[in-house]
Design a binder for this molecule. Structure first.
Ligand code: 8IG
Length: 275
């Protein structure tokens, strides 16, 4: 089939090149690094190999400050881990299939567990900037789905993906055993890139949301479709509009990420052995 029209074949082609370049048979775990999480993950273990995503088919160069397009291969806690830096977002103008391509690629490269990390706005004033949270569930307000379009090929699961346990309940319980300090929250995924109005944040709160962001939800759906176990972590880098007394800006997001880097590295060190 023509690779341009079959996102699954494209992911497999990219995955074969990725594992060949990294010199590994497969990856066990993939961690998609959101703003702020990258430097934390890089301190976990020596980087055995780093592949610019510009060398792999189907990847776009990210256009966001603080994001670089590369996949790093590390070994930690006896697991081969792909660190995916430089995700692309819908708000950069990319189609949904391209936004989830990195996740489809690392799963095609063997990863059975995908950890999605992000920086997010917090709706709960008691969990302000610097708070790390486990994502318990999401509300997809992007008005799109990675399953839209042609039906997946024969050997793949149905496009009508079951989402009743996206962020593995069992794994979250195991994580909370080692990190009882972590609270959970529902992540509301908006398209952005503008931040919300106070009225939209009231809506998100009324819907049961705790966190607001512009990533993660589509990747989580694509990963569940492929049968991977999904875990999500948010770093609250700002209080959401109307909760915060001051306007939001992208710089405070980057700063909060830098300040929390040590805590995020500790989090990875604590939870990776129990996956
Ligand atoms: I960081 O307040 C970060 N990402 N939608 N709203 C949305 N995305 C965000 C926010 C926020 N903060």
């Amino acid at each position: 089939m023509d690779l341009r029209h079959d996102p699954y074949a494209l992911a497999h082609t990219a995955a074969a090149q990725l594992t060949a370049r990294a010199g590994v048979d497969k990856f066990d775990i993939a961690i998609v690094l959101g703003s702020g999480w990258q430097q934390a993950a890089e301190t976990l273990a020596p980087i055995d190999c780093e592949i610019p995503t510009s060398d792999l088919p189907g990847f776009h160069a990210p256009s966001v400050q603080g994001h670089k397009g590369r996949i790093m291969s590390i070994e930690f806690a006896g697991k081969r881990i792909a660190l995916v830096a430089g995700r692309v977002h819908l708000y950069e103008g990319h189609p949904t299939a391209d936004v989830v391509h990195p996740v489809r690629t690392v799963i095609a490269a063997g990863a059975e567990t995908v950890i999605l990390t992000n920086a997010a706005g917090g709706i709960d004033p008691n969990r302000g900037p610097g708070t790390m949270m486990l994502i318990s569930d999401h509300i997809n307000l992007t008005a799109t789905s990675p399953m839209e379009g042609a039906s997946p090929p024969e050997n793949y699961g149905s496009r009508f993906v079951d989402l009743s346990d996206v962020y593995s309940r069992e794994t979250r319980a195991a994580i909370r055993q080692v990190r009882p300090d972590l609270t959970e929250g529902v992540y509301v995924g908006f398209r952005g890139p503008h931040y919300e109005t106070p009225a939209e944040i009231k809506m998100a709160k009324a819907m049961g949301g705790d966190l607001v962001g512009m990533s993660t939800v589509l990747e989580a759906i694509a990963a569940r479709h492929l049968g991977a176990r999904v875990i999500g972590f948010s770093l609250v880098t700002n209080l959401a509009a109307g909760v915060s007394p001051t306007p939001l800006n992208h710089l405070e997001v980057l700063e909060a990420g830098q300040k929390a880097a040590a805590g995020m590295a500790d989090l990875f060190r604590d939870i990776l052995p129990c996956l």
